[in-house]
Design a protein around this ligand. Structure first.
Ligand code: GLC
Ligand code: CA
Length: 548
């Protein structure tokens, strides 16, 4: 059965930063609703909202304290219902972020589990060990051990893969699996069109007694023990089957950060049918030859390794039967225009490269304007202990504080979540109050300016999204041509038509020989010259051709 999501073009909205409607400095659901005409004009047909459930906001909503209610900073249930209704009226599908690996420590389940050792909710979480001794040496993604002391003082510890205020759910418990299925069904019952399953690859854990072999006493991120274990598939099967039985058109988009392409195949194949598509973090291998060995690598800006990128893309394009996801940024990484593209031409070319491949584009809000990461002026603005450590080491290695802060601003995830730039009023039209996130946005033209400029990035993205809807870019076979390291050239071909996308990855002019054919331009970035099969691309230029 054909599904709407096979043709999805998704726009990712970070609700806290998109549009504030009541002046408290925090973006909200009614703000998003006001901007539906903008989304419609952009041409996307789905939005993914980062979490909007009740949350203490330790991890900006990924710490959920009540799955059945909207955080009051975001709005009300009525606002959410109105948003779904208005989005649908505008032809836009709504995908909600669904946090299923962990809850907030403020969730009533965890509160009861701690208060009462006989609580049935004790087994909703993972308590282990005794006398304050940690069961193993596994490390958390957010630093330190995965174990934190049971606040009730039992001597046991509880498991948390992320922040210690985000205890992991015990998916080995069938009641947990049912309860999370109920949550999913509740929201699908409200009319949403899909779920982005946060960190789902981590729901199964290996034997907790097993430490990861190591010579040090430091906790280590022991991914083989808590990522992509076989039980992930076992436990998600009934969950997915139930959803698909009740809502056959529900889109299940899984966040499979570290999954190999083979696992991605397993998660998305028609036989297992756990997910309809997955988001991998493996696209962006970086070239680390220029790293400064004196500093932690986490906040050192490094270029992409284009050779690895090319290989990874081809493998994912060729291997997945399901639709791959296509993206350059999200709320967990620095923005495209900060991380990879260093000119507007390059940003446009890279957008063509990525989004015209086979698969589902996910465009991170503000990318269509060329927005960059915010620049923070103080360590405290990052709200992250690892930044302090980095800045101290960078200064000890002779960097100025400003230079160190720039490195972190250019690589950290938080400055990638800056307020959307709507117009030229104070705070860019995002809020009449004080934005929840401060910091300077490097100069970029606002939506209002770009709407009035036919040559703007915004208009370019509108054209690109329109082109993406053509059958050849939806259904065409993908083939990367081997035309050398400086360029990225591929064809998309159906029985009826053919297209070619050619991008210059370098800052120098390059010439390539095209396959025989007649070429008509559909879209371009930068300058190029084409005479029959000879194509010359100026630095970072790109072009999309229809081919006859
Ligand atoms: C995912 C989210 C990230 C969050 C984490 C824990 O990786 O994308 O932002 O911190 O899960 O929920
Ligand atoms: Ca608000």
């Amino acid at each position: 059965m054909a599904s709407w999501y096979d043709r999805a073009i998704i726009y990712q909205i970070y609700p806290k930063s998109f549009q504030d409607s009541n002046g408290d400095g925090i973006g909200d659901l009614n703000g998003i609703r006001q901007r539906i005409p903008y989304l419609q004009a952009l041409g996307i047909n789905a939005v993914w909202l980062n979490p909007v459930f009740v949350s203490p906001q330790v991890d900006n909503g990924y710490d959920v304290a009540n799955y059945y209610a909207i955080d009051e900073r975001m709005g009300t249930m009525e606002d959410m219902e109105a948003l779904i209704r208005d989005m649908h009226a505008a032809g836009i599908h709504v995908i909600m972020d669904f946090v299923l690996n962990h809850t907030s420590d403020q969730h009533p389940w965890f509160q009861d589990a701690v208060r009462n050792k006989a609580s049935i909710y004790r087994d909703y979480y993972i308590f282990a060990g005794e006398n304050g001794k940690k069961p193993n040496n596994w490390g958390s993604f957010f630093g330190g051990s995965v174990w934190a002391p049971d606040p009730s003082g039992s001597g046991q510890s509880y498991f948390h893969l992320f922040d210690k205020r985000m205890p992991d759910l015990n998916w080995a418990n069938p009641e947990v699996r049912l309860a999370m299925g109920d949550v999913a069904e509740f929201w699908l019952g409200k009319g949403i069109d899909g779920l982005r399953l946060d960190a789902f690859i981590h729901i199964a854990k290996a034997d907790l007694q097993q430490s990861f072999p190591s010579n040090s006493d430091e906790p280590i991120v022991a991914e083989p023990f808590f990522a992509n274990l076989p039980m992930v598939q076992e436990w998600l099967r009934p969950f997915a089957e139930r959803i698909k039985a009740d809502y056959p058109q529900a889109f299940l988009l899984g966040e499979a950060a570290s999954a190999s392409v083979n696992l991605a195949v397993d998660y998305t194949s028609a036989y297992t049918h756990l997910m309809d598509s997955v988001i991998t973090f493996r696209y962006f291998t970086t070239d680390e030859t220029g790293l400064d060995a004196r500093l932690p690598k986490q906040y050192q800006p490094v270029p992409l390794d284009w050779r690895e990128f090319r290989k990874t893309q081809v493998v994912w394009q060729q291997t997945l039967a399901a639709q791959p996801t296509l993206y350059w940024g999200n709320h967990d990484m620095a923005r495209l225009a900060t991380r990879v593209a260093h000119s507007e031409t390059e940003a446009r070319s890279l957008a063509m490269l990525m989004y015209l491949e086979r698969g589902i584009p996910i465009i991170y809000y503000g990318e269509e304007l060329g927005m960059q990461n915010l620049q923070f002026n103080a360590v405290s603005e990052f709200k992250d202990a690892s930044v302090d450590d980095f800045v101290q080491k960078a200064m000890a290695a002779g960097k100025t504080k400003a230079a160190a802060l720039k490195m972190v601003s250019d690589t950290h995830k938080l400055p990638a979540r800056g307020p959307m730039l709507w117009d030229d009023s104070k705070h860019g039209g995002f809020t009449s109050g004080t934005p929840w996130l401060t910091g300077q946005l490097p100069a970029v033209a606002s939506v209002a300016q770009q709407q009035n400029d036919k040559h703007s990035m915004l208009h370019f993205y509108q054209q690109l999204i329109a082109i993406k809807q053509q059958p050849v870019f939806q259904d065409g076979a993908f083939r990367l041509l081997n035309l050398g390291e400086s360029t990225y050239v591929y064809t998309r071909t159906t029985a009826m038509e053919s297209a070619l996308v050619a991008i210059n990855l370098t800052g120098a002019e390059v010439e390539v020989k095209l396959p025989a054919g007649e070429y008509t331009q559909l879209l371009s970035a930068g300058e190029y010259e084409q005479v029959s099969d000879k194509l010359v691309l100026k630095p970072h230029a790109g072009v999309v051709f229809q081919r006859y």
